[in-house]
Structure formats: structure tokens, C-alpha cells
Design a protein around this ligand. Structure first.
Ligand code: SAH
Length: 194
């Protein structure tokens, strides 16, 4: 296995471990509202294909070899830096969201609006982390399919899901979420004009 593929694999394992830890923590949650419909399930299949199935096929079989290519040597280094940033933000956002995390769109019993930590600056730091991870994947795996499948999957997830997620949050938290939207950007902090 190429050294950059090993860097990706280590990052991937850390990503899965972070998710596993917080999935475990949110296990006992009681749902109040669930928006787990066919669209949400399809999104999860697309994300699993792009971020797991294709990279694993590329790393452990020769099926995707036809789509290999070479990147300029400095780009995988950029990918490694993005990977570290992605994992840091993925960890921070899980830790700040705590038990309010859910795989699909849900509101739980006792759900509170989180506005601290990385959520003070942006409303979707976890999706920002996943965007960063998908860029890192593209720069570390030198294969058109396995490299960029995550970027395409995350783009679909982000642009399809976020409007529904924000609508759900607005329905549930009303003015508090409206105020929060005024103070934050989706994945980039808001530039303030004082
Ligand atoms: N979009 C967020 C969270 C993703 S997890 C991010 O990218 O960081 C998805 C769940 O998080 C949603 O079902 C919603 O219930 C919950 N959620 C999203 N933003 C939240 C917030 N600011 N406070 C509390 N829960 C939130």
C-alpha cells in the first residue's frame, strides 16, 4: 500500500472511532420528532458508498485500478493537513453537540439548542468537518472514483439535507434558532460588519 493510502486509512479509522464513541453516548436518547424518511435513508446510502465502500474497494482490491492517476507531489501533503483539521473539527463538533447528535434528522426529548464551542461560529461544523475529510480523501487517494466519491456524496448530503435540518430546527426552536441563524454562517463563520 502507498504511504498516502496508509495516512488515509489511519484518518479513516480515527473518524470511525470518533463516530463510534459518540454513537454509543447518544444510545439512550428518546426521540420526540424523527424525519427519517426515504430521502434520509437514500442520503445515508450515498454517503456510505462515497466515504466507505469505494475507498475500501480501492485500498483492498484491484477493482478500481483503471481509475488511478498521479497528483503533483505536494497535493497529498495538503490532503494530510486537511485530514488533521477534519478530524479535529469532527471531534470538537461531536463533543460540543454531545447527546444531541443523531445520524438522521431528529429532535430528542429534552433537546437543547447548542450554541457553544464550535457551534458559536457555525451552524454545521460537523458537515464542515465532513467536507474537509472528503477533500483530504480526494488528495490522498490517487484514484478518480475512490478519491472524489466522498466529495460528491457530501455535496449531495449537504445541499439536500441542510435546508430540511434548518426547517426542522426552526419549527422546534423558533425564534431562538432564527436568532442563532443571524449570528452564524452555515459552514463559514459570519463576517461581522460593526
Ligand atoms: N448539522 C449539525 C449537526 C449534525 S447531527 C452539524 O453539522 O454540526 C444532526 C442532528 O443534530 C440533527 O438531527 C439536529 O437534531 C441536531 N442539531 C443540529 N444543530 C444543532 C444545534 N445547534 N443544537 C442542537 N442540536 C442540533
Amino acid at each position: 500500500m502507498e504511504p498516502w493510502n496508509i495516512v488515509f486509512l489511519i484518518g479513516f479509522i480515527i473518524y470511525v472511532v470518533i463516530r463510534g464513541i459518540f454513537e454509543h453516548k447518544s444510545k439512550g436518547n428518546e426521540q420526540l420528532v424523527s424525519r427519517t424518511d426515504r430521502r434520509e435513508l437514500l442520503l445515508m446510502v450515498i454517503v456510505a458508498l462515497g466515504t466507505m465502500v469505494l475507498p475500501i474497494l480501492y485500498l483492498f482490491t484491484s477493482l478500481l485500478r483503471f481509475a488511478n492517476y498521479r497528483l503533483p507531489v505536494f497535493l497529498p501533503w495538503v490532503g494530510a493537513v486537511l485530514m488533521v483539521a477534519a478530524l479535529w473539527l469532527f471531534w470538537r463538533s461531536h463533543s460540543d453537540l454531545g447527546k444531541h447528535w443523531s445520524r438522521t434528522l431528529e429532535i430528542q426529548k429534552g433537546h437543547q439548542l447548542v450554541r457553544h464551542g464550535v457551534y458559536r461560529l457555525v451552524r454545521h461544523p460537523m458537515y464542515a468537518a465532513i467536507w474537509l475529510f472528503s477533500l483530504a480523501q480526494g488528495l490522498l487517494l490517487e484514484n478518480w472514483l475512490a478519491g472524489w466519491s466522498a466529495f460528491v456524496a457530501v455535496a449531495i448530503l449537504y445541499f439536500v439535507r441542510v435546508p430540511h435540518e434548518e426547517r426542522m430546527m426552526l419549527e422546534f426552536f423558533g425564534q431562538d434558532y432564527r436568532d442563532y441563524m443571524q449570528q452564524t454562517g452555515r459552514i463559514f463563520p459570519r463576517v461581522r460588519h460593526n
